[in-house]
Design a binder for this molecule. Sequence first.
Ligand code: NIG
Ligand code: FE
Length: 428
Amino acid sequence: MGEKVDLLLHSAGELITVAGGSAQPRRGRAMSEIGMIRDGAVAVREGRIVAVGATREVRQRVETGRDTVEIDARGKVVLPGLVDPHTHLVFAGSREYELEMKIAGAGYLEILARGGGILDTVRATRAAGYEQLKETARGYLREMLAQGTTTAEVKSGYGLDTETELKTLRVAAELGRSQPVELVPTFLGAHAVPPEYRDNPQAYVDLVVEEMLPAVARAGLARFCDVFCEAGVFSPEQTRHILGAARRLGLELKLHADEIEPLGGAELAAELGATSADHLVQISEPGIRALAASRTVAVLLPATTFCLMGTRYAPARRMIEQGVAVALASDFNPGSSPVNSLPLVMGIACRQLKMQPAEVVTAVTINAAHAIGQAHRLGSLEPGKQADLVVFDAPSYQYVMYRLGGQLVDTVVKAGRVVWRRRGREAC
Ligand code: NIG
Ligand code: FE
């Protein structure tokens, strides 16, 4: 008799394991190797996967009892729990009025320069209480879970003063302990220059380096430090200065790079050994080569380009062909991407980035886990990993991306526990 298991998912039409990419992010052709098992099963004990394979084999290897939870995934698709490696989850207010401005032709940096955009959300977030921020973010997380996200990176960056940045990160820490979606926190104090430093942006950089970063590191509230390296926001020199200080304090690095203007952010991320470089709509050929030769994961955010009504998307095909490890994320935020559904991002990635469905699966699972330093424990279905999985009511994995905007998630399991189940489809 095999070992006794707590949870057995069996009979999956397609079980997509994405196994075998935990040491290195997947690149090039390997991004299409997603390890499909038909009539597949996953057995779980104490939150970890103990067996993966064909249902008959797994049933022979493990023992079930009366208290084993069984999930019959007949006719359904099972993926590793989706990982969203770039969100700005904690904020107050909303900016639906920007929709009208954008339709009328206003640019993103133009709205920011007029004191709107990020700075509007900063005003609302500073004014909001801790509980309000927490409950708002909890609501968004519930939506994310219902769309299959089991882990998300969360950035601060709508405080832009020490007190509110710390408040934001504390909200993320508390939410990470009190609802199912696992959260990985990032300090993004250098998201914009706040109005009180408008005439002296360098003094704000000094505040980030001398006061905010040490306070965040001391409190152990962030794993990563990120900077919005962009024309009119933070220059490559300022970015280098901030990220250097972060690294000395033991934080790992991320970078909002080459989103609107090509400033060499990709090259800088590779040079600094950043864990990820994100956006990359305007990445140059040398930037692509630099990322391909590095361990830095490129996190692409096509929902942002879509919401900004951009005509140019990140050159994903070129990046994959050149050997860049590509991940995908929602960039969920109140301005440039009020989208927190990874299945929607996946559908846009197929159509606008021309990524194949198998590459997209890799990009929201194992490569996304690499982008937040969690690939040793998340992002694939293989023995030893945490049992995070999502069951889609779909006949094939391609169908998940094909049904843009569909609500296909049937069941979500986090660390071996069923944390979300779809209710019946009947009208009430
Ligand atoms: O990643 N680019 C900078 N920051 C966010 C947008 C934040 C906002 O508009 O509120 C982004 O797109
Ligand atoms: Fe962002």
